[in-house]
Design a protein around this ligand. Structure first.
Ligand code: PLP
Length: 398
């Protein structure tokens, strides 16, 4: 069997990466990675991205500065992807390119702090991506939580969620994960989204969407944008953060967008200028390289079709690994219920494993996840999933 190792006492991804690297067991598995991996466990550069890069080199473009809010060809394409080409509100969207999703959230935080007069509190789900609280605290907002995840059902606490929205002071700000909730993988159903929309509207609240995984969740960029588009249809003036890190695999290129839906063309102009006031002293203007790749892919019909099939390929591999993990546990004879592995969505799975069980997985089996029981499904491959299933069975069977 594998050798024993120092305690997996950390819950941070860098901590896990370190422990993983130090481990010499050949079958070690890193389920703490926050990026997609292919079936060989390797980083994946999308072929559509490679093609776009080659075309860009051939064009010999200049390296002049973009405008403060980025390249219009990019922001228009990003807005179209999120809100849809047929959306009647496309002309009323104030949008800026951003330094990926994190940068979009940070501009959004700065915007609320400076220009949203009704509240300086933002409610984030419990739990949420850890950086949300850090970003909004640094934006000098108060960060509070609304109920989201139910430990007992390993599912959505819809009653708690709705009650917390109802009980918040009028015109509060609610951060909503548009799809593929990180870290739980638990998303509201379309019907639940419609109820959430009503409750947000009744409170006069402001919906602030974080969409870091469009297309990556279901494999379909339209389906994954359901919540955002439904809220817009219902007349919400939303904020939206977009990232192209996951769905284009452009992690380190830092490509994203922040947008606000205005009520009129006049208001859009004012929002545009408010956004510029924020961005100019932060970083003047965004980097151009990654945005050019994304623009090439979004605006060239053929490359766009290819990209969509590659996004679907990534989503499908993740879904297949969920099936294989659940199937593997059943084959081992596990008496526990593992339906949540396949009902959850996106890169992450909240397994329901307790911290001691996560430690045992690391120490006895060299399988690393975070102590909250979250595993990255992208770290599973057809080569290791059986071993992972057997090991999870071993730490949960008693
Ligand atoms: N929002 C969520 C929920 C995320 O999980 C992530 C990345 O893990 C991000 C935003 C932002 O990532 P990036 O800044 O790389 O686009």
């Amino acid at each position: 069997g594998p050798p024993t190792h120092s305690r997996n006492s950390t819950n941070t991804l860098p901590g896990i990466t370190e422990a993983f690297k130090a481990n010499t067991f050949t079958n070690k598995v890193n389920l703490g990675v926050g990026a997609y991996r292919d079936d060989a466990g390797k980083p994946y550069v999308l072929p559509s991205v490679r093609t776009a890069e080659k075309r860009l080199i051939f064009k010999e473009l200049d390296k002049e500065y973009a405008g403060i809010t980025g390249t219009p060809a990019f922001t228009k394409a990003a807005a179209t992807l999120a809100y849809s080409a047929s959306s009647p509100v496309l002309d009323n969207i104030a949008i800026t390119q951003s330094i990926s999703g994190t940068g979009a959230l940070r501009i959004g935080g700065a915007f609320l702090e400076r220009f949203y007069p009704h509240s300086k509190t933002i409610y984030v789900p419990s739990p949420s991506w850890a950086n949300h609280a850090a970003i909004f605290k640094d934006s000098r907002l108060d960060v509070k939580q609304y109920r989201y995840y139910n430990k007992e059902t390993i599912g959505l606490d819809i009653d708690g969620l709705l009650a917390d929205i109802k009980n918040a002071p009028p015109r509060s700000v609610f951060l909503l994960h548009a799809c593929a909730h990180n870290p739980t993988g638990v998303d509201p159903t379309p019907e639940q989204w419609r109820t959430i929309s009503d409750v947000v509207k009744n409170g006069g609240h402001f919906a602030f969407f974080d969409m870091a995984y469009q297309g990556f969740a279901s494999g379909d960029t339209d389906k994954d944008a359901y919540a955002v588009r439904y809220f817009v249809e219902q007349g919400h003036q939303i904020a939206l953060c977009q990232s192209f890190a996951k769905n284009m695999g452009l992690y380190g290129e830092r490509v994203g967008a922040f947008s606000l839906l205005a009520a009129s063309a006049e208001e859009k102009k004012r929002l545009d200028s408010q956004i510029k006031i924020l961005v100019r002293p932060l970083y003047s203007n965004p980097p151009i390289g990654g945005a050019r790749i994304a623009t090439e892919i979004l605006n060239d019909p053929e490359l766009n079709t290819q990209w969509l099939s590659e996004v679907k390929g990534m989503a499908d591999r993740i879904i297949a690994m969920r099936d294989a993990l659940k199937g593997g546990l059943e084959e081992c004879g596990s008496k526990l219920k593992w339906d949540h592995i396949t009902s959850q969505i996106g890169m992450f799975c909240y397994t329901g494993l307790r911290p001691e069980q996560v430690d045992e997985l690391a120490n006895k089996y060299s399988i690393y996840g975070t102590r909250d029981g979250r595993i990255s499904v992208a770290g599973l491959t057809s080569g290791n999933v059986k071993y992972v299933a057997e090991s999870i069975h071993n730490v949960t069977k008693n």
